[in-house]
Design a protein around this ligand. Sequence first.
Ligand SMILES: [Zn+2]
Length: 367
Amino acid sequence: MKTNVIVKTFLFSFITLFFHFYLFSQQKSSSRNIFTVVLDAGHGGKDTGNRGNNYYEKKIALNIALKTGKLLEKEKKIKVIYTRKTDVFVNLIERANIANRADADLFVSIHCDSFEKNKSVFGAGTFVMGLHANDRNFEVAKKENSVIFIEDNYLQNYDGFDPNSLESVIGLTLMQETYLDQSILAANSIQNSFVYKLKRKNRTVKQAGFIVLKYSYMPSVLVETGFLTNKREGAYLNSKKGQSEMAETIAGGIKDYFSNLENTFVNNDIDYDERQNNLSSSKSNIIFKIQIAASNNYLATKSYNFNGLKGISREKNGNLYRYYYGKTPKYKNALSLMRRAKKKGYKKAFIVAFKSGKKIKLKDALK
Ligand SMILES: [Zn+2]
């Protein structure tokens, strides 16, 4: 009898403990695969945005952002962060910082355009940060950037940036260049959604120098949902129906981008060995790897030892084993591998460069 009770108690505690561990590991693994998107409603507070047809860009942008967020929040794997949820003024640099602090995967800034000179102009467009700016793109960016004039200390905050100077704008683009490929993919997903799902007039994906995109360390896009100066489009964007449809479309585009991203990474893992073989024939003798851990313990380079990451290599140095994830001759790919490793829980992962098999300084490799 007595032993029976002991066994039962034991069994009970064991099961409870097991469930705790099980739940804990489930939570951990799910939080690793979360896609964080920052929705940035343009303008706010003392910055009204454009006032085409007497509408308020700041109000429309906020409504669309909140509605978009509500739709995305229904997705289990998506986390939504807002730069503002009310009618308040937020510095451009603070908007980017909110996204950086959250280590977000995507930054989406929501706006409405205006064109007083020609009120017949209408349509939806999506922008990424980039050099190939023409005059019209520069004009759009200038308008969206000009808000810094009403910020305090803007010269200090933005390193003397002058929104009216094209040279200044070109200087902005360097940081975002790293994420340009991904930003364009995200922009295309959203723009396709505008054009094919909602049948908006296609003003295409373009590049221009937006401050709010400069300071974010992640793929970033800015959407111009339409023109408030256009009578019909202005009324549509100011209506509940218009705002709900816009939100659905933007949320749809973001979800498309996210599911493509997931598929790409899954395929990357599967194809890893194949690609590694191809690399040996690559012309460049510089290779980037992501160091994810260093330890005295010898571990098999199996994905189950590394939070599901495939393509792990190990290097012995004295008593220390270094573990690397991935292998690529392209620095851009190394950056996305690093993000992937961080997402999988290796928060301190960093890029290491090798030349002909020997470790070299990253700085030298980038020359
Ligand atoms: Zn705006």
